[in-house]
Design a protein around this ligand. Structure first.
Ligand code: C2E
Ligand code: MG
Ligand code: MG
Ligand code: MG
Length: 279
């Protein structure tokens, strides 16, 4: 009897793969040192009230600054930090950097707007998350009204019970909560009711072609309508031109964020461009 040779799945272990592994190990090693040395800065991108055309808030967006001055964007390192179990540490670092900045601006007598901070789903695995965040605010004497916390649908899906508990703790203390990148995750619309968010951020992917694509327009219209009924403020991410702005305003979206007004910029630039002293 002639037997078939069993086929064994294999891959070619080529020089390319070897180099890829080596460079990703190097990237992780460098990232670990960057976290130890806090080689990160927070950039800020304004939120604009579409009716009054004024800045009503801004989002804190993390950047890694390498020794040669090169800036690394979060899409390159947030996922890696999550895999390396470093996101909790970095997440707390971001809250602290934002509180230090707010304290400086308040001490200088500037009128400041609330700052929105992104939280990773993995941070919600820690039952002490709310307590840890609150401790930092108290240390810098910052009121929770100055901070908005942004979470994504995956945050509420990971461990619904614990997420619900932590979010209630945070809301009871006085934080506002935004649901970020809405429409791209797996959470059902019913979660909007269960979690009682304050703001809903419409994902950039629906805004990109909003002036040309009727389906995107229909989806965004439906999202805004649901948000209104549930008393959520709507924020459109990624508005880049006047045409997108016109469509979003006409649909009743309340707040915009995008390159039309500004890219994320440094705290110094924010101070020069937007902050005014109290009279
Ligand atoms: P996100 O929270 O959805 O933040 C909005 C992203 O959209 C930012 O990218 C911002 O620069 C970009 N954006 C804003 N307006 C426009 C526009 O008009 N056009 C285009 N093309 N893009 C626009 P960024 O800063 O690269 O951040 C990417 C993602 O990294 C964030 O998405 C967020 O998920 C994550 N991230 C950033 N900072 C942190 C952080 O401190 N902690 C955690 N856990 N995640 C963070
Ligand atoms: Mg965000
Ligand atoms: Mg977003
Ligand atoms: Mg996004």
């Amino acid at each position: 009897v002639k037997r078939e040779k069993p086929t064994i799945p294999y891959i070619f272990y080529t020089k390319d793969i070897h180099e890829e592994i080596e460079s990703s190990m190097l990237f992780e090693a460098e990232l670990k040192i960057a976290v130890q040395n806090e080689e990160f800065v927070v950039y800020y991108q304004p939120f604009i009230d579409l009716k009054t055309n004024t800045v009503v808030g801004m989002e804190a967006l993390l950047r890694q600054i390498k020794h040669n001055g090169e800036m690394v964007l979060p899409n390159k390192f947030i996922g890696v930090l999550e895999q390396m179990n470093l996101i909790e540490k970095v997440g707390i670092m971001v809250i602290e950097k934002v509180c230090i900045q707010l304290r400086r601006w308040l001490d200088k007598g500037y009128k400041v707007v609330p700052i929105s901070v992104n939280l990773s789903a993995l941070q919600f695995k820690n039952p002490n998350l709310a307590k840890n965040i609150i401790e930092i605010l108290e240390h810098y004497n910052i009121k929770p009204g100055y901070i908005i916390l942004e979470i994504t649908e995956s945050t509420v899906m990971e461990d619904i019970g614990l997420a619900h508990f932590t979010l209630n703790e945070l809301k009871d203390y006085g934080f506002c909560i935004s649901i970020d990148d809405f429409g791209t995750g797996y959470a059902s619309i019913g979660y909007l009711k269960k979690f009682m968010f304050n703001h809903l951020k419409i994902d950039i992917s629906f805004i990109k072609e909003i002036t040309k694509n009727n389906q995107d327009r229909a989806i965004v219209e439906a999202i805004i309508s649901i948000a209104k009924s549930l008393h959520l403020t709507t924020i459109a991410e990624g508005i880049e031109d006047e045409e997108q702005l016109a469509v979003m305003s006409e649909m009743g979206c309340e707040i915009g964020q995008g390159f039309l007004w500004d890219k994320p910029i440094s705290s110094t630039q924010i101070e020069e461009k937007y902050l005014k002293r109290n009279a």
